[in-house]
Ligand binder design. Structure first.
Ligand code: GLP
Length: 254
């Protein structure tokens, strides 16, 4: 586990973009696992700037997004499909047919989930997976539960998630109650996981990652078992985490 503490959201986003670009430059046909939410927006902005400056080329990458709301069409401004085009895909030289987002409107969602899972495997799995985290510790939309779900599945959103995401909708009642999410299996199989945290109110959930205890009630806690995990965290949140153990590389910036 490598923890990088940054003084500002901009530094954090820059560092995340540099790590992504390094991966793409090393392997132009990289498979990227992408996330939505407000946290990675700064990283996407940096990547757009780097792409315009010729520092990173998306023409050969394949992308898989973590999740999508059930019932929202891609043109709905709160769908994760819309988010990705708005915040990244429309602004870089990516091939549309190489971008993948689970469909939340497929007539047969279990079949859609199975195909998505197969496609990730067919492409050789994920080289680098970007993750944010929910206040309740969810990753993607893998919500707190008594057990982990390994493959892509339909999930009932936790009331805390509906509450948290209501800010993006006109009314709380408009927040979908279900989502399709990649499971814990594809995330844990990613060759590199990059977790970005920029909100001290998430520190309690993230602390579980340092506890030595994997708990499906706090899904992010499973990442402590990942052999190649980088955590990018803002200083205020980092101050609330137990980062002084010798076994962890802590890089302070800014
Ligand atoms: C959503 C997404 C997650 C994301 C989380 C946190 O629920 N499904 O992938 O990590 O929100 O979002 P934010 O970064 O806005 O706090």
């Amino acid at each position: 586990m490598r923890v990088i503490v940054s003084g500002s959201y901009q530094d954090l986003s820059k560092k995340a973009a540099e790590i992504m670009a390094e991966q793409i430059n090393k392997k132009p046909e990289s498979v990227l696992g992408l996330a939505t939410g407000s946290t990675p927006i700064g990283m996407y902005k940096e990547l757009i700037a780097m792409n315009k400056d010729g520092k990173v080329d998306f023409s050969k990458v394949t992308t898989f997004n973590l999740d999508e709301y059930v019932g929202l069409t891609p043109d709905h401004d709160q769908s994760y499909d819309y988010f990705m085009w708005d915040n990244l895909f429309s602004h870089v030289n990516i091939m549309k047919e190489q971008t993948n987002i689970p469909s939340g409107i497929a007539a047969d969602l279990p079949t859609e989930c199975a195909s998505y899972e197969k496609l990730v495997a067919k492409k050789g799995g994920i080289d680098i997976q970007i993750l944010g985290v929910g206040h309740n510790g969810h990753i993607g939309f893998n919500e707190p539960s008594d057990s982990f779900t390994i493959s892509t599945h339909v999930i009932e959103l936790a009331s805390q998630t509906i509450e948290a995401n209501a800010r993006f909708f006109e009314e709380k009642s408009q927040v979908p109650k279900k989502a399709v999410t990649m499971g814990i299996g594809a995330i844990m199989k990613a060759r590199h996981v990059l977790l970005i945290v920029n909100d001290k109110s998430k520190a309690e959930a993230v602390r579980q990652l340092f506890s030595g205890k994997v708990d499906p009630q706090v899904p992010v806690s499973i990442l402590q078992l990942h052999p190649n995990l980088t955590i990018l965290v803002d200083r205020e949140t980092a101050d609330l985490l137990p980062l002084n153990e010798d076994s962890r590389e802590v890089v302070l910036q800014g």
